[in-house]
Design a protein around this ligand. Structure first.
Ligand code: DC
Length: 234
């Protein structure tokens, strides 16, 4: 992959940061796959959903109804940074690693609500672009290929039926010791999908030149193999 990434400069050949985008709805397997791809390529991993979740948790319930100027004031000056490489790369907010509390179902819904607000998307888009400008990374989210990194060399969009995605999420939560009702998870996921797909700014959709992969019935290893193969052919 690296040879696609070389740029001739006055000093000779210099390598540009490599950006691989991986978008898709909640529970499509993006996180597991993005971490594994980052490990395979030895580059950082950016979980853009975690940035929306961190803002949502920090601001609290109903923050999405606040005036955009108030939101801008509260969010300006917050700095994200990436530490480390591969799937274990940590996302820091003002120097502190993001905690597990952002993973709660409710925080996911708050994040989806907040993600409809223009000023929030604008602030996070700039933060994401700054992180991608200095570091090669696999960027995971909803609009990584379509809006944030339109120039990315490799773009993928993962899909799966809502029931399959909710089942995976249920298993994931169970492993974390959280017992959720499967039907409630399906309903929650459909509502979040609906919001993410139908919002006015940067809705969830594949970038024009993204490779679409239906992950139903595929193991994460099989999806990673498809991605690495596509990228190597690219
Ligand atoms: O990937 P996730 O489920 O952790 O994301 C939580 C919410 O954040 C998601 O429902 C919508 C929003 N989001 C977004 O709008 N754009 C992104 N690039 C990533 C997440």
């Amino acid at each position: 992959m690296a040879e696609h990434n070389l740029k001739r400069t006055s000093e000779g050949l210099a390598e540009l940061p490599l950006v691989v985008t991986l978008d898709g709805p909640a529970g499509s397997g993006k996180t597991t796959v993005a971490r594994m791809v980052a490990d395979r390529l030895g580059i950082a991993y950016l979980d853009s959903g975690a940035m929306f979740r961190a803002f949502a948790l920090g601001l609290g319930a109903q923050s999405w109804t606040w005036d955009e100027d108030v939101l801008r004031d509260r969010l300006t000056g917050l700095e994200f940074a990436l530490r480390g490489r591969g799937g274990q790369a940590a996302l820091l907010l003002n120097g502190e690693p993001l905690g597990e509390e952002i993973r709660q179902e409710e925080v996911g819904m708050w994040a989806s609500n907040l993600a409809r607000v223009g000023v929030v998307r604008e602030i996070l888009k700039h933060a994401q672009q700054r992180l991608g400008a200095g570091t090669s990374l696999v960027a995971e989210g909803r609009d990584m290929g379509s809006v944030v990194f339109p120039q990315a060399r490799y773009k993928f969009f993962l899909e799966a039926a809502p029931e399959e995605r909710a089942r995976r999420r249920w298993l994931q939560l169970k492993e974390m010791g959280v017992d959720e009702d499967l039907d409630a998870l399906i309903a929650n996921l459909r509502q979040r999908d609906d919001q993410d797909r139908n919002r006015a700014i940067a809705p969830l959709k594949p970038a024009d030149n993204a490779v679409i992969i239906d992950t139903a019935g595929l193991t994460p290893e099989e999806v990673v193999a498809r991605i690495v193969q596509e990228a190597e052919q690219g």
